[in-house]
Design a binder for this molecule. Structure first.
Ligand code: NDP
Ligand code: 2IT
Length: 444
């Protein structure tokens, strides 16, 4: 049996009930076949892939906190420090009731290759908790974040592991966590990214994932004789990534007609009103259903449905496996030109294959959403030199990173005979640097 198949089998057997982790491992390892096959015996003997799919360390801990009525709750906290071959662990913290070890492992595994693709020295990690910030008071969120950090602070540091935001973790949560870390460790250091601008945050980090998604999509289109100008875009999600993807798409002359949250979705044929969306989601923390109060011509629907709207470009920016085979068929039937993932693994493997086979240009999240973590690494650099760069400086570095990243994955795909297969290109290009570093550092 091929070494890749052996390892996929082992991962499924040794990590039961972790379907998202299996999915991420299968996608990556299947892409790596051409690289592994060249040196299969050596890699098998060195258990290279087993070392790649087993986290260096996984931490699971109790997070007790008290609600406003005096009731104590206990959530579970996680930090999976997956791979530090090319730099200190780096990756976000997800706060969502669906969080479990398998989800954090899938995200941490993806992060290894994404971080490598940025070209910056950051290893892969992810963490979070099944805590749901929705509907909680600021004091309750603070109580949770302080308790979470009281344990997590033992395992992180500016040169060891630097967490950041993800679903449910925004500026408010990062602020409370940073404060608690500083109090407990007595260190004012760049231990978290996505910090507020008054205490070490980087300009443009808030915008970075969404902007980066559009910079790489724009480059993809340019290389295919197209541009964002005049395109109709469908976006899912209404959080950090979705909002700034919409902003940059509009700046590039596209019309974005949808967005969604976990209860429903909006179709605004005149183009999403970004000021209204920011007010609803960033300021008032409301459900998307109130969008029609601002825009009476828009439609609000319960449930999911953005992929049925005709578009040129689709940008899934909410969560994993939100774009399935039927959605892909609908997009293709409507003539979609490109799909670029803002979220992590939002497209199922079947849907990805269908899109690719149908000639749709497809950018996988580990490439197309890498602008967020890349800008986090720039925040780390600024913290180290105790400086704050201008918005323009960070934004132009971000743009350069995303344009380079596109060419890097495009070249890798071509080199191995998978022209325009950016899934294979991203996995191989991300892996090559990690592989080199792992081999150089010996069996550890
Ligand atoms: P946010 O919490 O800011 O927003 C998430 C959005 O997705 C919300 O609109 C939320 O709806 C919706 N959503 C979340 N879970 C579900 C679900 N199970 N079903 C339907 N809708 C859901 O998170 P981000 O924007 O930061 O993250 C979005 C995606 O992008 C995630 O996959 C994340 O891992 C990825 N990502 C984020 C980066 C970052 O820098 N923030 C960087 C790279 C990737 P509701 O408002 O109802 O909760
Ligand atoms: O998935 C991701 O890349 C993030 N949530 C951002 C991680 C980071 O460290 O900025």
């Amino acid at each position: 049996m091929a070494y890749v198949d052996e390892v996929i089998e082992k991962v499924i057997k040794e990590n039961p009930s972790e379907p998202e982790f299996h999915q991420a491992v299968k996608e990556v390892l299947n892409s790596l076949r051409p690289v592994i096959e060249v040196n299969e015996e050596q890699y098998r003997r060195d258990a290279l892939l087993e070392r790649l799919v087993n986290p260096e360390r996984q931490i699971k801990f109790r997070v007790p906190w008290t609600d406003d009525k005096g009731q104590v709750h206990v959530n579970t906290g996680y930090r999976v420090q997956f791979n530090s071959a090319i730099g200190p662990y780096k990756g976000g913290l997800r706060l969502h009731p669906s969080v479990n070890l398998g989800i954090i492992k899938f995200l941490g595994f993806e992060q290894i290759f994404k971080n490598s693709l940025t070209g910056l020295p950051i290893g892969g990690a992810k963490g979070g908790s099944d805590f749901d910030p929705k509907g909680k008071s600021d004091r309750e969120v603070m109580a949770f974040c302080q308790s979470f950090m009281s344990e997590l602070c033992k395992y992180i540091g500016a040169d060891t592991d630097v967490p950041a935001g993800d679903i449910g973790t925004g500026a408010r949560e990062i602020g409370y966590m940073f404060g608690q870390y500083k109090k407990l460790r007595g260190l004012f250091e760049g231990v978290l990214t996505g910090k507020g601008l008054s205490y070490g945050g980087a300009l443009a980090r808030t915008e970075a994932t969404g902007y980066g998604l559009l910079y790489i999509t724009d480059e993809l289109l340019k290389c295919h004789g197209q541009s964002m100008e005049g395109k109709t875009v469908v976006v899912s999600g209404a959080g950090n990534v979705a909002i700034y993807a919409i902003e940059k798409a509009q700046q590039l002359g596209a019309k974005v007609v949808t967005c969604s949250d976990s209860t429903g979705w909006v179709y605004d044929p005149d183009g999403i009103d970004l000021a209204a969306l920011k007010q609803i989601k960033e300021v008032k923390r409301q459900r998307l259903s109130v969008y029609t109060d601002y825009r009476p011509n828009a439609q609000y629907h319960e449930g999911r449905g953005v992929w049925q709207i005709k578009c040129d470009i689709a940008l899934p920016c909410a969560t994993q496996n939100e774009l399935g085979l039927e959605d892909a068929k609908q997009l293709v039937a409507n003539g979609v030109l490109a799909v670029a993932e803002g979220a992590n693994m939002p497209t199922t493997i079947e849907a990805t294959e269908y899109l690719q086979q149908s000639g749709v240009l497809f950018l996988p999240g580990k490439a197309s959403n890498a602008g967020g973590v890349a800008t986090s690494a720039l925040e780390m650099s600024q913290n180290s030199e105790r400086l704050q760069w201008s918005f323009e400086t960070v934004d132009s570095k971000l743009k350069g990173i995303m344009v380079d990243l596109y060419h890097h994955i495009d070249d890798a795909a071509k080199k191995y005979g998978f022209n325009e297969n950016y899934v294979v290109g991203a996995n191989i290009a991300g892996f090559e640097k990690v592989l080199d570093a792992m081999i150089a550092q010996g069996i550890i």
